[in-house]
Every structure is written in C-alpha cells, then in structure tokens.
Design a protein around this ligand. Structure first.
Ligand code: AMP
Length: 316
C-alpha cells in the first residue's frame, strides 16, 4: 500500500514494509503492449503516428533498474498525456572515471516486466552508438546551477546529464517530460535548460517515493550492506530535523552544521548538508525569510546517497 505525505514538510509517497511498490503502480486494466525501439528514427516514427492521431506524448527518462520511484513518474506522466515513452539509457557521459558505470545495474528483461501494466506505451532503449555516434562533439552545460552541491563532488556529471536530456528531448519532442524531485539539482537544471533553449516541453516534477522507513528509493540502494541499509534512513531523518530547526527560526548555517555533525556521528561521510533557495539553489543564511530546500549528500561505505525536503515558509 502507498500512503501520501509521511512527513510534515513534503509531498512524498511512502511504501509499506516489504512492499517493492512495483505492482502498486501498475494499473491492471491498462494492458497495452509495450514495444521497444532503439533508434531515433523509430522513436520519431512512433511519436509522429500518435501526434497525427491528435494524441499528446510524455517522456520519462531513466537509466533503468526500474523501481517504484521510476514507475510513479509514469503515473504522473499519464495524468498529463495519453501516451508515455520511457527511455532507458545508462549514460556514460554522466559518470566520472572512478564512478560505477561498469557496475551500474542493467536488466532490460526485468525492466520490461516492471513496465507491464503501468500504462507506458513505448520503451526507447538506444545503444551508446546511437546516442553518441562517432565524432560526437557537443556538450550542454549550465555552470551557474551545477558548480556546487552534487556538481562539486561529481565534475562533469551535470554536463553529461544536460547533454543527454537535451538529446532525449530533441529526439522524442514530447509535450511533457517527468523528472523526480529526488534529484532536485538535476530537476532545476533541466527546467532552466528548457527555458534557455526554448524547448517546447513542459517539465513536470514528481514527488519522492520512499521505503517505509523513509529511505528514498534509488537504483544504488542495492549497493548498501545490511548494516549500511539499517543506518541509511538517518539521512532523511536528519534532513527532517534540519527542516524543523529552520521552521523554528534557527539560522541556516547553524541548522545545516548540526545536520552534518549528526550524520558524521552516525557513520556517514558527509559531502554536503545545505539550505538553499528552492528555485535558484542560491545559498541562504540566517533565519528563513522565505521558503527553502534542505539538500544533503553523504556516503555510507562506497554508496553515495542524496535526499532533500522542502521547507515551506510561514511567518511566526
Ligand atoms: P535514474 O534512473 O536514477 O536516472 O532516475 C530517473 C528518474 O527517476 C529521475 O527523474 C529521478 O529523479 C527519478 N527518481 C529516482 N528515484 C526516485 C524516487 N525515489 N522517487 C521519485 N523519483 C525518483
């Protein structure tokens, strides 16, 4: 079962214990067969067919290893358009030389099974040669939005994401594209690039789907050892405490520092705990004067976890 909004600050979806959530997001009456295309040409042909019939199309970009968080994006897409394309592409351009590209979980058969009954119509799964043919030379970059937070620890990561997302949007030309708030910096970057490049697509944000204990679903959670998995929900609990402190008038730097201290005491190697403007990601200081977003990234062993919550502003 799924309950909405487990935390006073955010719109989010919590799974029940021992529930993968995969079947929960399937709609059994929607048993349209899903076909797979691997080329830009086939993708465009299918989308043109739908457009010709007056239908609207949404794109849900993913790197596969689909979990209930990804499937929830399809549900959000279905609320906007009659047709949904899911893309699966493990984008080499967004992985650093010492990151987990080679080990990133890939199982297209399992992903197809997960997609069955979700209402998705088409899987677009191009190979690396289709996405980056010989001689590929273009990069899309938004330095002002991506130099710090996750961008500081992952040089070139966001250039890789911005480039592939721009390509996916131009290849599919959807009316809407859905991205999770789980990757909040990425979401803001994509909204910005769509505005800056005049792309005719509505970027739709989807709430974070969480395990029953609060841990945000992620394809990388599978890397956690049993002991690390037990500690992992402390990340969102700590972010929640920072948000509560802010709501009670504590200064941004002070609240973030207390969050970092708590995480380190629990065995995390902290990358950042930050309080930012929810629209621009500009750093905030002192007691809140408007809404904010608390974002954090921290390692447990070799696994990097990220999470975030909004902090609404109410005048006390
Ligand atoms: P990924 O496959 O990790 O690149 O993620 C593909 C999309 O799924 C991105 O828009 C993510 O923000 C979104 N996503 C990943 N995890 C979650 C989650 N737990 N809840 C909601 N959306 C998610």
């Amino acid at each position: 079962m799924i309950r909405k909004s487990g935390n006073r600050f955010s719109e989010e979806i919590m799974l029940k214990e021992n529930d993968s959530g995969l079947s929960r997001f399937a709609e059994p009456e929607l048993t349209r067969p899903i076909t797979t295309v691997r080329t830009v040409r086939d993708l465009r042909a299918r989308v043109a067919q739908w457009r010709g019939a007056g239908e609207r199309v949404a794109l849900v970009p993913t790197m596969g290893a689909l979990h209930a968080g990804h499937l929830s994006l399809i549900g959000v897409a279905k609320a906007h358009t009659s047709r949904v394309v899911v893309s699966i592409f493990v984008n080499p351009m967004q992985f650093g030389p010492h990151e987990d590209l080679a080990h990133y979980p890939r199982d297209e058969a399992a992903d197809m099974q997960a997609l069955a009954g979700t209402g998705a119509d088409l899987l677009y799964a191009p190979g690396a040669d289709e996405m980056y043919p010989q001689g590929f030379a273009t990069q899309v970059s938004l330095p002002s939005l991506t130099e710090d937070l996750c961008g500081a620890a992952r040089p070139n990561h966001f250039e890789g994401v911005a480039t592939v997302v721009t390509k996916l949007l131009m290849q599919c030309a959807p009316d809407a594209a859905v991205f999770g708030e789980k990757d909040y910096q990425q979401l803001l970057m994509i909204k910005r690039l769509v505005r800056d490049l005049d792309l005719e697509v509505e970027i739709v944000a989807a709430p974070i789907v969480r395990e029953a204990d609060g841990l945000a679903l992620s394809s990388r959670n599978g890397y956690l050892s049993h002991a690390e998995r037990k500690i992992a929900p402390i990340l969102i609990q700590t972010i929640g405490h920072v948000a509560s402190d802010l709501a009670q008038g504590r200064g941004c730097d002070d609240a973030a520092e207390a969050g970092r201290f708590k995480l380190e005491a629990e065995g995390f190697r902290v990358d950042y705990v930050a309080v930012r403007d929810p629209d621009t990601l500009a750093p905030l200081s002192g007691p809140l004067k408007g809404p904010a977003r608390v974002l954090a990234a921290a390692y447990l062993g070799k696994t990097r976890l990220i999470d975030n919550v909004p902090v609404p502003f109410s005048r006390r």
